[in-house]
Write a protein that binds this ligand. Structure first.
Ligand code: NAD
Length: 435
C-alpha cells in the first residue's frame, strides 16, 4: 500500500508502560483477520467454512521422569490447519502459556505464510505447556523425546514437518529427528527442519527468520524512500529472531537504540553495541543490566520514538491500548501475531506501515523449505546460495503483496492474506471435497 507517512504524527506522548493484552482468544483473532480478507476476495461460503477450521488437532498428556526421580505430566498439542497445498509445516513452541487456541492460530497463520511465499506446504504448529528454563538439559531431552513419540502418528517427512519456535532450537530438533528415526528404524532427516548442520540442517537456517525480516524492511524502506542509514530501530525480543534482526538491520546502517526481552529492556539513544550486548546476554541470560545502555521497562521500549519497530517476542503486544502511542514508521512483525486487529486499524489510520507476520517472518519457513529440499536430494547448498534464494523469494512476495495492496487499497496484512487465501482456496476447489 502506498502509505502516506505525512499523516503520521512525528512524535507522540512520552514513553509509558504498555500492558500485555493477549487476553483475546488468539484463534478468534486469526479467524477475524481471515474473514476481513475473505470479504475482500468475495470468497464463497463453502470454502470459507472449510478454511476457517483446523483440519486436525491432537492433544497429548504425557509423563516425563525428572532428574529427582519424580514423574511430571505435561500437556502438548500438534495442530494441522490445512494440508491442501502439501505436507503441513510449522514450529514447536515450549512455553508455560501455550494453549490449544494459540496453537490453532499459529497453525492457521502457517498455512497463509507458506501460501504467501508460494511454498508447497500447508500449515501446522505444535506446543508444550512448559517453561524449559526450569528444566535441566536431560529433562528437556526426555520431554522432547516423549512428546515426539506422542505426536508421531501425525508427523513425518511427507506428512507434517516440525521446526524450532519459541524456546526450541536445533538441539531440540536433533532429538526430535532421532526419536522419530529410532521409532521407524532408519534415519529420516526430512522429518524436521532447523536441525544442526551436521545432521542435514541448512546453512543460514538459524538466521533465516531475522534475515527475512530485514529483507522485508529494506524493500519497504526503499518503497517509502527511506534511507536505512538515517533510521533508528527498536527490537522487542532478543532471541533467535530478534537478535539476528537487530544485528542485520544495524549492518544496513540503522541505529538500534533499544532492545528488550522477557526481563526488561535496554536503551541507548546513541545506538547499542550489539556484539557486546550478545556477550552480556550469553553471560547473564538477559539484556537487562547491560553497561552500554540504560536498563528500562521492557514494554515501554515499544513506544520509543524510532523509524522501525520489530516486535520479535510473542503475540498480542501491540493493542488498541498502546497503538496510539507507537511512534515507528514501519512495524516489521518478526513475531507471529504481535498486533491485534484493533491495533491494525489504528496503525492504518495513522499511516504506519505494518509488514505482517505471514510475510515479514516467513524467511524461517522459506529456508526450512530449502532445508527439506536439500534433505530430500541429499545435496547441500552454500550459505550464499541459501541467502540469495531467500532474498529472491522475499522480494517476489513483497512485490506481489504490494501490488494487491495498491490495487485493492487494503493494508499489507489483508493483501498478504488475499494472496494466501486465494491460493489455498484454489487447491481446495481443484481437489474437491472428499469423498
Ligand atoms: P526465542 O525463544 O529464541 O526468543 C524469544 C525472545 O522473546 C526472548 O528474548 C524472550 O526473552 C523474549 N520475550 C518473551 N516474552 C517477552 C515479553 N513479554 N517482552 C519482551 N520480550 C519477551 O524465540 P524466537 O524463535 O526468536 O521466536 C520469537 C517470535 O518469532 C515468536 O512469535 C515466534 O513464533 C516467531 N517466529 C519464529 C521463527 C523462528 O524461525 N524461530 C520463525 C517465524 C516466527
Amino acid at each position: 500500500m502506498a502509505v502516506d507517512l505525512a499523516t503520521a504524527p512525528a512524535s507522540v506522548a512520552s514513553v509509558t508502560t504498555a500492558t500485555h493484552l493477549a487476553s483475546e482468544d488468539l484463534f478468534d483473532v486469526a479467524v477475524r483477520q481471515f474473514n476481513i480478507a475473505a470479504d475482500v476476495i468475495g470468497l464463497e461460503d463453502d470454502i470459507r467454512r472449510v478454511l476457517s477450521h483446523c483440519q486436525r488437532e491432537l492433544t497429548v498428556h504425557f509423563p516425563v521422569e525428572m532428574d529427582d526421580g519424580s514423574v511430571q505430566v505435561f500437556t502438548g498439542y500438534r495442530v494441522q490447519h490445512n494440508s491442501g497445498p502439501g505436507p503441513t509445516k510449522g514450529g514447536i513452541r515450549y512455553h508455560q502459556n501455550v494453549t490449544l487456541s494459540e496453537v490453532r492460530a499459529l497453525a492457521m497463520w502457517m498455512t497463509w505464510k507458506c501460501a504467501v511465499m508460494n511454498l508447497p506446504f500447508g500449515g501446522a504448529k505444535g506446543g508444550v505447556q512448559v517453561n524449559p528454563k526450569l528444566l535441566s538439559r536431560n529433562e528437556v531431552q526426555n520431554l522432547t523425546r516423549r512428546y515426539t513419540t506422542e505426536i508421531m502418528p501425525i508427523i513425518g517427512p511427507n506428512v507434517d514437518i516440525p521446526a524450532p519456535d519459541v524456546n526450541t532450537n536445533p538441539q531440540v530438533m536433533a532429538w526430535l529427528m532421532d526419536t522419530y528415526s529410532m521409532n521407524v528404524g532408519h534415519s529420516v532427516p526430512g522429518v524436521t527442519t532447523g536441525k544442526p548442520i551436521a545432521l542435514g540442517g541448512s546453512e543460514g537456517r538459524t538466521e533465516a527468520t531475522g534475515r527475512g525480516v530485514v529483507f522485508a524492511i529494506s524493500d519497504a524502506a526503499a518503497r517509502l524512500g527511506m534511507d536505512l542509514e538515517e533510521t533508528t530501530s527498536v527490537v522487542q525480543g532478543f532471541g533467535n529472531v530478534g537478535s539476528v534482526a537487530a544485528r542485520l538491520i544495524a549492518e544496513h546502517g540503522s541505529k538500534v537504540i533499544a532492545v528488550s526481552d522477557v526481563k526488561g529492556g535496554v536503551y541507548n539513544p546513541a545506538g547499542l553495541d550489539l556484539d557486546a550486548l550478545v556477550q552480556h546476554r550469553i553471560r547473564t541470560g538477559s539484556v537487562v543490566g547491560f553497561a552500554g545502555g540504560e536498563t528500562v521497562d521492557g514494554p515501554s521500549t515499544l513506544e520509543l520514538e524510532c523509524d522501525i519497530l520489530i516486535p520479535a517476542a510473542l503475540e498480542g503486544q501491540l493493542t488498541a491500548e498502546n497503538a496510539p502511542r507507537i511512534q515507528a514508521r514501519i512495524i516489521a512483525e518478526g513475531a507471529n501475531g504481535p498486533t491485534t486487529p484493533e491495533a491494525d486499524e489504528i496503525f492504518s489510520e495513522r499511516g504506519i506501515l505494518v509488514l505482517p507476520d505471514i510475510f515479514a517472518n516467513a524467511g524461517g519457513v522459506t529456508v526450512s523449505y530449502f532445508e527439506w529440499v536439500q534433505a530430500l536430494q541429499a545435496f547441500p547448498w552454500t550459505e550464499q546460495q541459501v541467502n540469495e534464494r531467500l532474498r529472491e523469494v522475499m522480494h517476489r512476495a513483497f512485490l506481489a503483496i504490494t501490488e494487491i495492496a495498491e490495487t485493492k487499497q487494503v493494508p499489507m496484512r489483508t493483501a498478504a492474506l488475499v494472496r494466501a487465501i486465494e491460493r489455498v482456496a484454489e487447491f481446495t476447489r481443484l481437489r474437491g471435497i472428499y469423498p
